[in-house]
Design a protein around this ligand. Structure first.
Ligand SMILES: C=C(O[C@@H]1C=C(C(=O)O)C=C[C@H]1O)C(=O)O
Length: 197
């Protein structure tokens, strides 16, 4: 995996700004390493639990949101391939992940996206040296953002799911394969902080 630094971080309209560095004063200190670790989130969670699973919530064409469109070079509302999953550690959902692939990129090298099923996307992304990860950015998602509600709805469908806090910290980055982009965003659920350090 070649870390690339030359890529304009999304700095769209102020209310949709994704931050290159998490504002430490606003977030629980234990969440900082999760927001900043540029390695595989799957691997980091697996190292801190006994049973890991990916619960696929949806994999379909969906309309991209404004800040996602900007990052992927699409028009707002344009259709892209969407994959939403819950990453579950020892039976407890710890991450709501939302990945988007422009339709034009599916025919290319990203055909893995379709056939991945319940295997973690990260296992494929971090095993191919031709795939480069661009810098991470983070932001808080609250009730003004549809993605917060999608995470809440996904969690509500899980058994014994706790209520969500008023905002979730999320991170996102772009993976490039032969110049074609795949965006991965991950919202951290409260149970992430209960995983062993
Ligand atoms: C990018 C990674 O893949 C993880 C697995 C995902 C999936 O299976 O859809 C989505 C986001 C990630 O949390 C990773 O492990 O870092």
């Amino acid at each position: 995996m070649r870390p690339l630094t030359a890529f304009p971080l999304h700095t769209g309209p102020r209310y949709e700004t994704w931050l290159a560095h998490p504002p430490r004063v606003l977030l629980p200190p234990a969440l900082l390493p999760w927001l900043k670790d540029a390695g595989s989130l799957t691997a980091r969670i697996r190292a801190r639990c006994t049973r890991f699973e990916v619960r696929v919530l949806c994999q379909r064409l969906a309309r991209v949101r404004r800040d996602e469109a900007w990052l992927l070079g699409l028009r707002v509302g344009e259709l892209a391939w969407l994959r939403e999953v819950l990453l579950v550690a020892d039976g407890r959902p710890v991450v709501f992940a939302r990945s988007l692939l422009p339709r034009r990129n599916l025919r290319g090298a990203w055909n893995l996206f379709h056939g991945i099923g319940a295997r973690p996307l990260g296992a494929a992304l971090f095993s191919d040296p031709a795939i480069a990860r661009l810098p991470l950015a983070c932001r808080r998602l609250d009730g003004r953002d549809a993605r917060y509600h999608r995470a809440a709805a996904a969690l509500a469908r899980q058994s014994r799911a706790p209520a969500l806090p008023r905002a979730l910290w999320a991170r996102r980055s772009v993976f490039l394969l032969r110049g074609r982009a795949l965006m991965v965003s991950e919202a951290f659920l409260p149970a992430i902080l209960e995983l062993r350090k």
